[in-house]
Design a protein. Sequence first.
Length: 1153
Amino acid sequence: MRITSFLAFVLIFSLHAVNSNSQNARVTVQATNTSLKEVLNTIEKQTDYLFVYNINVNTSQNVGVNAVNQPVNQVLDNLFKEIGLSYVKEGSYIVVSTVAEKASVNQQKKLVEGTVTDASGEPIIGANVVEKGTTNGTITDLNGKFSLEITPGALLQVSYIGYNTKDITVSSNQSILAINLSEDTQAIDEVVVVAFGTQKKSNLTAAVATVDSKALANRPVANVSQALQGISPGLNIIASDKGGALNEAPSINIRGTGSIGEGSKSSPLILIDGIEGDMNLINTQDIESISVLKDAGASAIYGSRAAFGVILITTKKGEEGKTTVNYNNNLRWSTPTKLPSFLNGYEFNTYFNEAAANAGLGAQYTSDVMEKTRQFIAGEIDYATEYDSNGIWKKNLDSWGNTEWFGVYYKDWSFSQEHNISISGGGNKVNYYISGNFQNLGSDQNFGNEDYKRYAFNAKINAKPFEWLDINANVKFSRKDYQAPSYQMNQVYYHSMPRRRPSNPVYTPDGIFNKESQLNEMDHGGMYFEDLDVLYQQLQLVVKPLKDWQIIAEANYRIDRTEKHTDVQLIMEKKEDGSYFAMARDDGYGGRSFVKEEALRTNYFNPNVYTQYSKELENGHSFTVMAGFQAELNQYKRIYAQRDGIISPEIPSLGNTTSSTAYEMGSDLNEWATVGFFGRLNYSYKGRYLAEVNYRYDGSSRFNREQRWNSFPSVSVAWNLAHESFMTENQDWVNTLKIRGSYGNLGNQATEEIYPFYSSMILGMGTGSWLLNNQKPNKAEPAKPISPLLTWETVTSYDLGLDLGMLNNRLTGTFDYFWRTTNDMVAPGEELPNTAGVTPPYTNNAKMRTTGWELSLNWRDVLNSGFSYGATLVLSDNRSKILKYPNTTKTIFDSDNKVRYYENAMLGDIWGYETIDLARTEEQMKNHLASLPNGGQDALGSNWAAGDVMYADLNGDGKIDGGKGVVGDSGDKKIIGNTTPRYNFGLTLNAAYKGFDISLFFQGTMKRDVWLTGLYFWRADNGYWQSTALKETQDYFRAADTDSYFGPNVNGYLPRPLLSGDKKNKEISTQYLQNAAYIRLKNMQIGYTLPLQVINKIKVSNLRIFLSADNIFTISGLKADAYDPEVLDGYAAGSGKASPLKTTISCGLSVTL
């Protein structure tokens, strides 16, 4: 043990060890009338010493020194004696102070000595011993001993990695201390935030996952939801359809899609300190912990708001002790994770001509344009367009530029920053936590003034005026300011990006943006502004009339206020004669200008009153009973006005318009409310047998009176085998072995329609298709029929789980298997006769079941040397099956080839053709068609040739088609894949030693199929306006005897391009079904926390610097290289027409005073 301890001691102190050269160092310093700072710098240069001093030391005073090859000690003794300074050597540091300062400190302090040991009595080497609330501290030696001068009566805080921190009050008569630290197993007695309270983790009977603040710290992410990705099993964070756009956040679900009902929402309820809110508007540095309630056993008490889980976010609060000030920042540089690349101008034009020839069309680019393109690229001419016969600059097929448009649109790197400051402290009666945050996200666009700013303020005060009363008040304020070109807001910008032609130059020869560049619209086409203010006000009273009995009353109030401004400006194009005309715009607003103003306000009020009584009996029985009342009222109001004809572009306001028509104005008003009565009973016998029962009786304004109320019960039980007598011999290595199970029933009132039981007419201003007094009149459309029986979706869930803790809880883990059935989902009703003239009303007539499992394993350990390390793996899977749906014919696809829901379908199934391969020769295609005597592949297209897809005749009928498109008669189509992400995982590796720490976080999906529809993959196969040519898609078939500019490529992956837009090669099939599985190094972080010996001298209690990076590299199964596998959901993302995710590098520091 002594040898091990000695080696560990050497390692712990190696950073602070004095170099032998320094100990015997001699210096030569000869200076007259020279500043003290310069003299000290001279000594530093000749030795390995570093000088440390505070502001009381006047380093600008002039001194004189004449020392030749003298020991450092001798030089300093002579120098400091003359100017009233003293010094102390601490390792390689020399700490300089004034004599008066040192004497004053010594007079006020007392020396204490002590030993720090672990549970087995072994000394702990390198433990931090700090006088709490100050920067005064030291660390223990190889025997676990320390000595420190402190203020009498001070509070000593002793801490070490892997052990629980301990606070000791040192009385005036104490001088020798024996301190024992218990190992931080993080496990069993950890307190977890649950619905309306907290529970010990060891007593949980339901599926609850927790995330602490360390997992969120210092990540270079824009919001909380991004930081949660991959760190909790079953918590799925899905990138927005708009990708990495500044004003977008990922969507969230727990354990997969909960409902496919019409208008139903299956996102979890998010509560921030007990009040519903947007997690992406709060400061991640304010978060203390996050609890994810996954099953009905954990969330049933929230009733109709929690059908698909709950996320409870608890923010930090003050602690008793001196005031602590913390500042941290994060400076970020971001670049797109993946951008495609255009072919150069000549190659692009050549490719398009080839695609046109394959489709039987004439050349797109003439020989004259091709030659000029070659000359422009070679530098033989310096202009890429000229005026046509109408005096307008030539473009598209008639210009000859060489523009790499993605390089034009996107910055190489964009800069963002975030700053946080917090102040906390308090006494035994009052504590407080106050924080402020500023975040500025920079745009990745080179053009257009896009910007995102967020401001956040949080103040939490907890008072205890009497032993029987706690008063807790919390105020949060968030503001978001976002601005962007109005042209960018409707996705036309991203839609049109890949459709740009390299032949179009960025600027015309007269220095104006080319009409086809989109840059006029971005820079001069108008702006969109969105300002959002959110104010949370919370007050809680906790009354304790008797021991073990509490009465809690809460009032939560939230105000959301949003102001939106949109202006669209005229874009003018200059002709050769100097005149201007209104330019067409891809968003359809060419020749028009207008201003639109919107004001939105939401008031949310939520009172809660509940009481709780807990009792522990002497025979090992304990119970807690709770009952309460909750209500919610949400009021929403929106007003808007719009008018055409902006007079002055510099002042885009409603008052600065001159349209001959009246203002277009409108408003929306709605409100909804819920009322609930709830109760909970918890029981435990010696922590061995555990049970919990919840009940909620809920009413919702979203349903008519007859269907408004419903009951939602849940029950969960657990058995901790580790506490059984027969496990006593194994308690050294099995600390927890808990089996649990739960059942619960919940209702879902989260619908898009606020009043789904009311039949309402659809009103439109100026939407009539006829003229009245030369104007389109207002129009009212007939109301849709409503079913009087429309009621709740109900969700029934079961969960079986196992919690494990081994080897003194160095290894912990959980496993859950669950099945969840969503009943009474809203779907179309039975078909009505055509004479009815209306669509059938929606009714509760669908059902879906989701099954899955989740695994979490965590290992953490601390070696005797002080080296700590850990690993955490989370892994989950789920699949959903439709048990009932109103599709009696079991039709698989609609006329537009979209898959429909039907009974026994798996959610996400992809139906398509099985393929043989591309025909590599004309003979191969001829033989294939000959093998299909009853129609060949005529149902899919004509003019089949080498380079086209050969589809397999699965049903052997001598032709390729989709049959009747119903289950049982799908022709040659079958299920070829599934879009549901399977086996989602996150892996975190971390280590720390001597103040250095490093962590790696990997995230990904092990199984997923996708079918891509966009031109990023299909290139020039979508007709003239929806085609492109990228370097990433050049591996396409070219015959062995081709005269193509690009040469032969018989084994190419993609089919021959067909500019006609012929879909015959783009039928959903196994040939081009993509494997979207991926693993991504999501985050890597390296940090260093400066040792106490250094930071004590600068009056700082903690100082950490770090370097972090997000989205560093990705390994993907996609053969479509232009796509990011994480951004494939929804049309915009699935087609590639979305803002890319970002690779981000950041640095920052955290300072605590």
